[in-house]
Design a binder for this molecule. Structure first.
Ligand SMILES: Nc1ncnc2c1ncn2[C@@H]1O[C@H](COP(=O)(O)OP(=O)(O)O)[C@@H](O)[C@H]1O
Ligand SMILES: [Mg+2]
Length: 268
C-alpha cells in the first residue's frame, strides 16, 4: 500500500492504529525477529549537501552512503562541524540533499512534496534534539499530545482524546515523568525536558527515532539515564534509533558507530 505517498493512514509492522490506545511497553519484543533485523529501513545514497554563505559555498557532505537496518541502534559520530546534524536532518526530511537520495522502507523520500514529508515525520519518524524543542507555554502532557492533534485535526482528536491522553500519560510514565504531567518546560530540569521530548517523539509509534545530541546539554549522570531509556526502547520494542553524538562514551552504547569525516562515512 502506498501509505505515505498517497497520504493514507499508515499500516506498518510496528504501528497498530493512528488513534488506537495501543501501547506495548515494556517488554513486548514480539516483533523483534531475526528477519526484521536484516531489513534496511533507512538509507542514504551518494548524498551531497553544501550551504551557501554569502558568496561562499560551504561543502559539508560530499557523497554519504549509509544504511540502517530495522531494529538497529546506530550512532553517528564526528567532530563538531563534520555534518552530523546535517545528515540527520536529511534522513528526517527536514532538509533536502543537493545530490543523492534518501530511502525509507525501500522508497525514495527526499523528493516528496512537502505535505507528504510532513506526514512522514508526523507518523513514521520521531525526533529529539539537544535543546528539547518543547513548546514553552504547554505542559509536559500537552507537549506530548501535540503530534496527535496535528495528525488528527480538531474533530477526530476531540473524539479520541481520552485514548490519546491515556497513551500520553503511559508514555510519560515509561520515561519516568508521571509526577510532572502539568509542569511547563521552564519548571522541568534538562533531563526531565528530554524525557518529555522522548515521550512526544513516541506518541505516533514511529518506525525510527532520530536523535541529535540527545545528551549534549545534560550532565553525565542524567545523560546516562536518557541513554538507558533509549537502549530500553531499542531492546524491548525493536525501535530503530539513529543518534548523533560527539561523545565517544555515549556513542559506544549503540550497536554500531558510523564516523563522518571530510564529508564522507569513514571505513570502520
Ligand atoms: N544553515 C546553515 N547555513 C550555513 N552553514 C551551515 C548551516 N548549517 C550548518 N552549516 C555548516 O555546515 C557544517 C556542518 O554543520 P553540522 O551539520 O551542524 O555539523 P555537526 O552537527 O557535525 O556539528 C558546519 O561548518 C556548519 O557551520
Ligand atoms: Mg550538530
Amino acid at each position: 500500500m502506498d501509505s505515505f505517498y498517497g497520504l493514507a493512514p499508515r499500516t506498518s509492522t510496528r504501528k497498530q492504529s493512528a488513534a488506537g490506545p495501543h501501547v506495548t511497553f515494556p517488554g513486548d519484543a514480539s516483533e523483534s525477529t531475526a528477519s526484521t533485523k536484516q531489513q534496511v529501513l533507512l538509507s542514504a545514497h551518494g548524498v551531497e549537501k553544501s550551504y551557501r554563505k554569502g558568496k561562499h559555498v560551504v561543502p559539508v557532505l560530499l557523497g554519504v552512503d549509509f544504511e540502517i537496518a530495522a531494529g538497529e541502534f546506530v550512532s553517528i559520530v564526528g567532530q563538531s562541524g563534520s555534518g552530523k546534524s546535517t545528515l540527520l536532518h536529511l534522513l528526517g526530511t527536514l532538509d533536502a540533499p543537493d545530490q543523492g537520495e534518501i530511502h525509507f522502507e525501500g522508497r525514495r523520500i527526499d523528493n516528496l512534496p512537502t505535505s507528504s514529508r510532513d506526514l512522514l515525520r508526523n507518523q513514521y519518524f520521531g525526533m529529539i534534539f539537544q535543546f528539547y524543542h518543547l513548546l514553552p507555554e504547554l505542559s509536559a502532557l500537552e507537549n506530548v499530545l501535540i503530534p496527535s492533534m496535528i495528525a488528527d485535526g480538531a474533530f477526530r482528536y476531540w473524539r479520541n482524546r481520552r485514548q490519546y491522553r491515556e497513551r500520553a500519560e503511559h508514555l510519560l510514565e515509561l520515561v519516568g515523568l508521571s509526577h510532572r504531567l502539568k509542569h511547563k518546560p521552564r519548571e522541568l530540569s534538562g533531563g526531565e525536558m528530554q524525557r518529555a521530548a522522548i515521550a512526544r517523539a513516541l506518541i505516533a509509534e514511529p518506525e525510527v527515532l532520530l536523535a541529535d545530541e540527545p545528551t549534549g546539554n545534560l550532565d553525565s549522570k542524567t545523560g546516562e539515564e536518557i541513554m538507558e531509556i533509549l537502549r530500553t526502547l531499542n531492546a524491548d520494542q525493536n525501535l530503530t534509533i539513529v543518534m548523533v553524538t560527539h561523545d565517544a562514551a555515549i556513542a559506544s552504547q549503540a550497536d554500531r558507530i558510523v564516523r563522518l569525516a571530510e564529508g564522507r562515512v569513514q571505513a570502520a
